[in-house]
Design a protein around this ligand. Structure first.
Ligand code: THU
Length: 129
């Protein structure tokens, strides 16, 4: 069921631009509309200017007019258990509720699933009403 999301994250990872860390990451988001949005990390010689795979995926989603996340999958390189960084946890939480599943994958497939609430308890939320 989440196989398609894993495959999309894996394909995105192959496009990573990570000359500084040599650590490629792929992320895939399923929007509430059912569509999959994928992205990779893109680094920069001015190190802090680079950004994460999740950020790229969110950008594709928002530009498609979707602002609600249903499911996420992230895959790093090798045997590293690659969970979203703090900033990306907040970015994902802007568009997803606490019960949204976040799958962490390795090359063999999804190895563990958290919820966004597990990853970012007591998140900061502006009242957007
Ligand atoms: N990175 C991601 O793209 N997503 C994560 O969840 C963790 C880290 C990237 C940032 C940087 O390009 C590289 O991995 C090494 O930290």
């Amino acid at each position: 069921m989440s196989r398609d999301l894993f495959e999309a994250a894996l394909a995105a990872r192959a496009k990573a631009y990570a000359p500084a860390s040599q650590f490629s990451v792929g992320a895939a988001i399923r929007g509430r509309n059912g569509k999959i949005y994928a992205g990779c990390n893109i680094e920069n010689a001015a190190y802090p200017e680079g950004w994460c795979a999740e950020t790229s995926a969110i950008s594709h989603m928002v530009m498609d007019g979707e602002q609600s996340i249903a499911e996420v999958c992230v895959i790093g390189t090798g045997d590293v258990f690659c969970t979203p960084c703090g900033g990306c946890r907040q970015r994902l939480a802007e568009f997803g509720s606490a019960d949204v599943p976040v799958h962490i994958a390795k090359d063999s497939g999804i190895v563990e699933t958290f919820t966004l609430g597990d990853l970012l308890p007591a998140s900061f939320e502006l009242d957007r009403s």
